[in-house]
Write a protein that binds this ligand. Structure first.
Ligand code: ACM
Length: 544
């Protein structure tokens, strides 16, 4: 393994341009190493130089995005660009503009970027498109621009290009898991910064599990008072380290705003009916046959919960109350309710749950699972939201409004898309970033998922017709937190695999060319270095 050494800007301009992939016209110029690869890029002669005299011209909502460009460039350049209404004679200008008519061709997230020697023009139908165009401008600059500290002696030049770009998929997601190891707000924000500069737009947050409940719910304060204290458990995390804590509702409002400013939607995951041990420890009446433990101290409840709630009417009402506060906090259209890995055998063997199955005229515990998910689906739909769940929610019948997240391979996603349901592809085979990146490394799961494997991910299975394929909203990489205690480790497990994943979700399907990607990724690591990202070093070519 090796890290590519930092190169001077001159060397970057010579070497930092990769051989161009076949769909990129270059007019004899080398092609900049942009990740994810833009749809169309024409490189021309000349460069645009950013200097303190450069003016940024933008009106209205475009001005909000323009300020983000100014903020992004200032730390490394050591000067803040000024906004102006017009380029004064002879001054170089960066012009950002919204043109709603572009939506027809480029969608809400696409953009058109033209760089000439005296001006940069960035246009998009909406603010998200401008934001993504800005991320491309950052990558066209020398990699040191990603530094949080002033970099001296760098010529801040952008090669002259014309780029037309838009994403292949609308759901370009990553998942983080503060339930297993709590993620402090500052680390959470840095994660959002890094994902948004790569053009990811969905962050699923696994707020609750048996190891911890991390989201303040006003109506049920014990969920965090007791449920966030994993140290009550005599069972430690599997890495033996304990990172506890929870987000107040004020923290959440701040994080939602922070992410939205970077065009990232936080998709909250409130896990049920399994992976609910922390909630049951806090409120034993949620569990199966837990009444006898209600008066016992919490530490005696851990390990007895089976991690599975009992779907009696009071439990359904409790969880709907929780979802009520969740939808007040999170504007996301999609709300994730988990739904995975429930051992419904515990219901089948419990007299109260057997009676519940009979009362509801259901055939078995699988149908009780489905009935339970439908109660959540009805509630969310009534409140204008959409339920998302892991592919086990297909068992016993899929709730009418449900979107399926396919993790046990692609079969669940295929079945759901064929039945007319939306799907997000998140298979363990390619998108589980808690798995190790090389045989000698640590990670969950038996498989090795390296960059090459991620880059071979195709979100649309060949089995789907073009009509069914429209239900595939996109894909997502999972960073389950059992073995990720801190930000350093999180970055090591996320990058560079997320760079490969985003290209499968943003760039056109063809041509997918591992060789040019590898070359571009090599240059991209200089940006990650400048940003201080603790990425996993790239494998040396030809070495296992
Ligand atoms: C999962 O990995 N249990 C969704």
């Amino acid at each position: 393994m090796f890290r590519i050494h930092r190169l001077s800007i001159v060397a970057f301009l010579l070497l930092g341009m990769s051989a161009s992939p076949c769909r990129v016209a270059t007019a004899g110029q080398p092609s900049p190493s942009i990740i994810p690869r833009p749809v169309e890029m024409n490189v021309r002669d000349g460069v645009f130089r950013v200097s303190p005299d450069t003016r940024v011209i933008a009106q209205g909502e475009a001005g909000t995005e323009a300020d983000k460009l100014i903020d992004a460039l200032a730390p490394a350049m050591g000067f803040r660009l000024q906004r102006a209404d017009d380029a004064a004679g002879g001054t170089s200008a960066m012009i950002l503009a919204l043109d709603p008519a572009m939506e027809k061709r480029l969608g809400a997230e696409g953009y058109r970027l033209e760089v000439a020697t005296d001006r940069i023009e960035l246009k998009a139908a909406g603010p998200a498109g401008l934001f993504y165009g800005i991320q491309t401008v950052r990558q066209l600059l020398p990699p040191q621009v990603f530094s949080a500290k002033r970099v001296e002696g760098t010529a801040w030049s952008v090669p002259c290009v014309a780029i037309t770009d838009y994403p292949r998929f609308g759901w370009r997601g990553l998942l983080i898991d503060p339930a297993r190891h709590f993620i402090p707000v500052d680390d959470f924000e840095r994660f959002v910064d890094l994902m948004s500069l790569h053009k990811f737009n969905r962050l699923q947050v696994h707020f609750t599990d048996s190891q911890g409940w991390r989201l303040e719910i006003r109506k049920y304060p014990k969920l965090t008072e007791i449920g966030s204290r994993m140290d009550h458990s005599r069972r430690k995390t599997i890495d033996g380290r304990y990172v506890g804590g929870f987000y107040t509702q004020d923290d959440i409002r701040r994080l939602v705003r922070y992410a939205a400013a970077r065009h990232v939607t936080i998709v909250p995951e409130i896990e049920m009916p399994f992976h609910t041990g922390a909630a049951i420890v806090a409120y034993p009446e949620l569990g199966i046959n837990m009444g006898h433990l209600a008066d016992a101290p919490p530490e005696q409840r851990w390990g007895k919960t089976k991690g599975l709630i009992a779907p009696r009417p009071e439990t359904v009402a409790f969880l709907q109350d929780v979802l009520g506060e969740v939808i007040e906090l999170f504007p996301s259209k999609h709300i994730h309710i988990g739904g995975d890995e429930a051992n419904t055998g515990h219901w089948a063997n419990d007299p109260e749950m057997q009676a519940q199955i009979k009362r509801l005229k259901l055939a078995d515990a699988h149908e009780l699972h489905s009935w339970f998910i439908q109660q959540m689906d009805t509630y969310l739909t009534k409140n204008g939201r959409r339920l998302v769940g892991w592919d086990e929610i297909l068992q016993g019948g899929l709730a009418p409004g449900a979107t399926v997240m396919s993790w046990r391979g692609t079969a669940g996603g295929i079945a759901a898309a064929r039945a007319g349901h939306d799907v997000v592809m998140a298979p363990t085979s390619h998108t589980y970033f808690d798995y190790r990146q090389a045989p000698a490394e640590t990670g969950l799961g038996r498989s090795v998922i390296n960059v090459e494997k991620v880059y071979s991910f195709e979100p649309i299975p060949a089995e789907l017709s073009p009509e069914q394929a429209k239900h595939v909203l996109g894909g997502q990489g999972q960073l389950w937190g059992e073995l990720i205690p801190d930000q350093k480790r999180r970055e090591f497990m996320t990058y560079p695999r997320a760079c490969a994943l985003i290209e499968t979700l943003w760039s056109p399907k063809a041509p997918r060319d591992h060789e040019t990607f590898t070359t571009r990724l090599g240059h991209h690591t200089q940006r990650l270095d400048a940003a201080g990202v603790n990425y996993r070093p790239l494998d040396e070519p030809g070495k296992p």
